[in-house]
Design a protein around this ligand. Structure first.
Ligand SMILES: *Cc1c(COP(=O)(O)O)cnc(C)c1O
Length: 459
């Protein structure tokens, strides 16, 4: 294996090379993420306490910080075959257009009808719900990808699916809504008057266009009110990141096959699931001291969780019904400006990534949305794929890093996660194309106001 292999434009894995287990980064961390706390007792939350809300098997995964590898059930592997392996693409055309000596790779997760990586966890969560004999699941969706993914997975397994969709997306993305309904899901704009917490939020913030945090609270309440239903969540939780490790495991297997070793790994960060999934097996090498990599989390300047938030226990939802999680957060009451188009609107960050960031294993940066759409357009024109605005945050920073290499002449290998396609985001693209997109950055006062709402906990 000394000869350098010619790297194809797209690298796929053979079926026999496909990962058959998910990887749990927590198992190899010396500093484990802080436990979820019961919001009333402030004690680490137990399996029994989570049982009314979540599916049993998923709770086990959530609470397990010692098992490194989990077997992927055969039925999930079979479903993955419909759209996996996801291609790992060498961005030759982008490299050429930039005139960079850097080698750029991206893992493309948009090759399924839901259009994003969310399906990787949706099918896992729907499977465990079905296996437990449940009738249905409730969930929230922000930009709509998660709701779409869950409705696809639910219909495949014959589960009922009720989606609370953040109101501004519900209005801006009618076609996402219709895809969900086509797959048999019911879709309610959030905040709504169908739940007590929705009514409370509407009273406190009349005319609000909603947030992911509000929709989560509503979906949890709805699950609690219906026999045989549980709540499922599309990001933030460690179980979701576990399922998303399929992204990184495939990527690493494909790279190892060709002897490629990335220097920089970049992912957009909303709740952290795609980023955590992409970096997982590479972070393992770094945690074990075998290799070093630069990991960069990219977030929107309008919702700067890691770069301007605080590392503290906070509620995962606006209605404060979820357990408390120690994470980087802007406060559960933080609602990003409605001028913000590009998803990644969540106030908090996955607890494992938060700990890794606090311990210096990962960097974070924030970017403004106009520059994100410029990068999206540039990428679309040379690589062909119309990227999701969320994914374009990673594109923006990958391009910036490649341009730095152009200045220094360094031939770095850059890997980024292209989490999805942007076909349902044409409203945002339209604003960009019409020159009507603005870059709202929250003031220090607004950030402070959000953080002032953190629960006062003495531990
Ligand atoms: C949901 C989503 C994200 C952000 O969520 P994470 O949990 O941070 O990965 C990024 N890109 C796309 C396309 C998404 O649908």
């Amino acid at each position: 294996m000394s000869e350098e292999k010619i790297i194809p434009y797209k690298i796929y894995l053979e079926e026999s090379e496909m990962p058959r287990q998910w990887y749990n980064m927590r198992a190899d961390m010396k500093n484990k993420p802080a436990p979820l706390l019961n919001k009333d007792t402030l004690k680490p939350i137990t399996f029994e306490e989570l049982q009314p809300v979540f599916c049993d098997e998923l709770i086990k995964q959530e609470l397990d910080e010692d098992t490194a590898y989990f077997d992927i059930p055969q039925e999930i592997l079979d479903f993955y075959k419909m759209y996996r392996p996801a291609p790992l693409v060498r961005a030759y055309c982008l490299e050429k257009a930039l005139g960079t000596p850097a080698k750029i790779y991206y893992k493309f997760e948009g090759n399924n009808t839901s259009g994003s990586h969310k399906l990787n966890s949706a099918i896992a969560q729907a499977y465990y719900a079905k296996n437990q004999g449940l009738k249905g699941v409730t969930t929230e969706t922000g930009a709509g990808q998660w709701g779409t993914a869950l409705s696809m997975a639910s219909s495949y397994l014959g589960l009922d699916c009720n989606v609370y969709m953040v109101k501004c997306s519900y209005e801006q993305k009618p076609f996402r809504r219709e895809v969900m309904r086509t797959y048999g899901a019911s879709v309610t704009p959030s905040p709504s008057t169908t739940t007590e917490v929705g009514k409370r939020i509407l009273e406190a913030h009349p005319g609000t266009t909603g947030s992911l945090g509000c929709a989560i609270s509503e979906a949890i309440e709805a699950a609690g009110n219906k026999e045989g239903y549980r709540y499922v969540l599309g990001s933030v939780l460690n179980q979701v990141m576990l399922h998303q490790s399929i992204i990184g495991l495939e990527t690493k297997a494909a790279m190892d096959k060709y002897g490629i070793d990335p220097d920089i790994i970049i992912g957009c960060a909303g709740g952290g699931s795609n980023l955590g999934g992409l970096i997982a097996p590479f972070m393992r090498e770094k945690l074990l001291g075998n290799k070093d990599y630069r990991f960069i989390a990219v977030e929107p300047a309008s919702c700067p969780t890691l770069t301007r938030g605080k590392y503290a226990y906070d509620y995962c939802d606006t209605g404060m019904v979820c357990p408390l999680s120690k994470m980087y957060t802007l406060g559960s009451g933080f609602i990003p400006s409605s001028s913000h188009a590009g998803g990644l609107r969540y106030h908090g960050m996955n607890s494992t990534l938060s700990q890794l960031y606090a311990d210096g294993y990962m960097e974070a940066t924030s970017v403004e949305q106009t520059s994100v759409f410029e990068a999206a357009q540039r990428f679309a024109r040379v690589e062909g794929i119309l990227p999701a605005p969320e994914s374009s945050h990673a594109i923006k920073v990958a391009i910036d890093e490649a341009l730095k290499c152009k200045e220094t002449g360094e031939e770095k290998t850059i890997l980024f996660g292209l989490t999805g396609t942007g076909y349902f985001d044409m409203f945002a693209y339209q604003r960009f194309n019409d020159g009507e997109m603005s870059d709202y950055i929250p003031t220090d006062e607004e950030i402070a106001a959000g953080l002032a709402g953190l629960p006062k906990i003495d531990l």
